[in-house]
Design a protein around this ligand. Structure first.
Ligand code: SF4
Ligand code: SF4
Length: 465
């Protein structure tokens, strides 16, 4: 009788689940790394310190469990209880978090970057045609096999935003993936800030409103980190800031990745391209928070007109209105930086010293590495340099253009594709519009740190179409 008790039926069920996951994606590592999983918003491992290492410093009873039976853990969802800055990785270094093992993959030096120059103001059909031509040059058939699930990472734009890559261009890529036998899905993750893409319902409706639907594009939309952005997996990386990053869970179940990246300005990173699309776009909510946590808002009383826009977007309610006046509770600020990007009057600044801005950019590079690690090089990147706006596609409203269109860059190395986009754009413009917009930000910090980490190379051969 005792022996029967030692083999409860649930263990058999877990083993079956593991078996199923392994079958779906043989590249998922076996053994202890698969003992990290999410239970109601909490990353659970075999040791202590997991939730703290998740970068959220979650409060509200979400302490990690030492038990190995996750079904026994009961705690409420904690997405609204983020109230502290991320804790350090010390516990991770002690080996208390089990994460998916990181494996290097070979990169070609110099990398090939295909480029099509497109003059300013051309219609979408011209851009779509060039995307089609360049994407064929990447030979997607070399990494996409029949029936492979292919993640096509695309920013759908915040409600009303006009900067995102347009559906006509995306459809060309989808058609090409299908032509070589793949099963493409348009993928995204929910946002850290409050907006039109904070949960899966609103996100998919926004995508449809902007022209991204199964009917229009020929590929379904999938939000990879659960309905409120909390389903994640830990990936171990050899980073300077992080030893473990938190990636939207479903990312790890695709066979290959195609990232369509709109190149534009960004207040914290100078510019955004492929690396930013990977780092912010494929991280879970805790992962996004961990990257942003160096930001410290300063509200300029001379510029603030108490319109309340920032309070609407502030995730933990650190900014709020009281009797028509903006209030700021620093103790609950999570450093996400969203208020900086949404204030229409330029009244919010980052009071972190410059080194911390650089740290934010290096953290992005580390997240980019972790987010693509599972693909081991089965990735393609297309950077579209048009509708170059001051802020990123997360900004509400039209997001006006600040520089002429440049063209499209495509390759299999995100570091090279970003570097080429930046350098060629400067040449085409005859000046550096990103530097003009954000003189205190060195836009190359992310790129160079990604190169140091082995994600790619800044050396490239430009192959002009
Ligand atoms: S959005 Fe800007 S101007 Fe409006 S309340 Fe916030 S800080 Fe002030
Ligand atoms: S005050 Fe700004 S940085 Fe702090 S949590 Fe709110 S939106 Fe984020």
């Amino acid at each position: 009788m005792k022996k029967q008790k030692e083999k409860p039926p649930k263990k058999a069920s877990n083993a079956e689940k593991k078996e199923t996951r392994e079958n779906r994606n043989p590249s998922v590592t076996t053994g202890e790394s698969r003992r990290v999983f999410l239970k109601r918003g909490v990353l659970v491992g075999v040791g202590a310190g997991v939730a703290g290492a998740a970068g959220g410093g979650f409060v509200g009873g979400c302490s990690p469990s030492k038990k190995e039976e996750p079904e026994k853990i009961e705690c409420p969802p904690c997405e609204t209880k983020v109230a502290a800055r991320p804790s350090s990785d010390k516990k991770v270094e002690k080996g208390e978090v089990r994460a998916r093992a990181f494996k290097e993959w070979p990169i070609a030096k110099p990398a090939k970057v295909h480029y099509a120059r497109i003059k300013d103001g051309q219609p979408n059909k011209v851009w779509a045609q060039k995307v089609d031509e360049l994407f064929k040059k990447l030979k997607p058939e070399s990494l996409i096999e029949k029936d492979h699930l292919v993640a096509v990472k695309q920013h759908f734009g915040e409600k009303g935003n006009k900067g995102y890559i347009k559906p006509e261009l995306t459809k060309k890529v989808i058609d090409e993936i299908k032509r070589v036998g793949g099963k493409p899905m348009l993928v995204e993750t929910n946002t850290l800030y409050k907006g039109s893409r904070t949960n899966t319902y609103d996100h998919i409706v926004t995508a449809k409103d902007h022209g991204f639907s199964l009917d229009a594009i020929g590929a379904p939309v999938s939000i990879l980190d659960g309905i409120t952005g909390q389903i994640q997996q830990a990936v171990a990386i050899p980073g300077k800031h992080f030893k473990v990053v938190f990636v939207a869970s479903d990312v790890l179940f695709f066979k290959s990745l195609v990232a369509l990246n709109h190149v534009k300005g960004h207040k914290l990173s100078g510019f955004g391209g492929a690396l930013k699309n990977l780092a912010m776009g494929l991280a879970s909510r805790a992962g996004k928070l961990a990257q942003h946590a160096d930001f410290k808002p300063f509200i300029d009383p001379k510029k603030c007109i108490d319109c309340g826009d920032c309070a609407i977007w502030c995730p933990p309610g650190a900014l709020f209105m009281k009797k028509g006046k903006l209030q700021f509770d620093e103790s609950t600020c999570i450093g996400c930086g969203q208020c900086l990007t949404v204030c229409p009057h330029g009244a919010i600044h980052n009071k972190s010293p410059r080194t911390e801005t650089n740290a934010f950019m290096e953290k992005m590079a580390e997240y980019a590495l972790g987010c693509v690690a599972a693909f081991e090089g089965r990735t393609l990147y297309v950077n579209v340099v048009n509708h170059v706006s001051k802020a990123c596609d997360c900004a509400r409203g039209e997001n006006p253009v600040v520089a002429p269109d440049v063209g499209i860059f495509a390759g299999s190395d995100p570091v090279a594709v970003d570097m080429a986009s930046l350098e060629v754009s400067r040449k085409v413009w005859g000046e550096d519009h990103f530097k003009k917009l954000y003189p205190n930000v060195d836009a190359e910090v992310t790129i160079k740190h990604a190169e140091k980490l082995g994600l790619g190379t800044t050396k490239y051969n430009l192959l002009e179409a």
